[in-house]
Write a protein that binds this ligand. Sequence first.
Ligand code: GLN
Length: 238
Amino acid sequence: MSDGGGRKGVRIGVLAVQGDVAENVAAVSSALKAPRGFEDDAVLQVKTAGEISRLDGLVIPGGESTAIGRLSAAGGVLDAIRTRVNDDGMPILGICAGLILLARSADDRTVGRLDGQQLLGVLDVEVQRNAFGRQRQSFETKLDIRPLAISNFKGVFIRAPVVCGTGPGVEALCELPPGAGDSSGGDDAATDAGGSPRRRIVAVRKGDIIGTAFHPELSGDLAIHQYFVDAVRRKMRG
Ligand code: GLN
């Protein structure tokens, strides 16, 4: 458990195993300063179970979920994160591959069931990796994330997953607007094999655990990192 005694600032870690680490460090640092931070606020690149144990909040960046999962399982880092969530309710922002790692289960649009993928399982959602196939590996679309009072947010999707099922207590914060991310007539259409619309949830929250399928650190808009930093500050103050 992190020791808040005497500190005013928060310690936010960015899991620095693979992926979009520097961009998230920059986004968290800027969000910590707005509108006015504390001298002892810190953003730290973390890689070990010991470092995880001293954080007030953690960002799991985008990258390759298999690589991040495998490398983090190795030093007990996944176990350390699970313990902090279960024992202390540590806030986490999981982005793209980070959202996949948070999930209870994941499959892959192209290869189907995944054997041996390491997941944290702390967020009761099912995700489909690489949900937009090869046609539309990357795209941008404007998003309204109403429960967070964030509108017109530039959603940057890079080989992104979608959330296709949510368990009790998990709130869908935002779905992809119709047509977004679809390629013309290919198998990326917004309907499933039976012709019914696929639910394409791209942001979820359960308490202080937040997952986004898109990359807020690449949007030039700090709103989501700001929301997360505020959640970490609230949690630390109890
Ligand atoms: N496709 C990657 C995965 O499945 C996620 C991509 C990303 O994080 N931008 O892990």
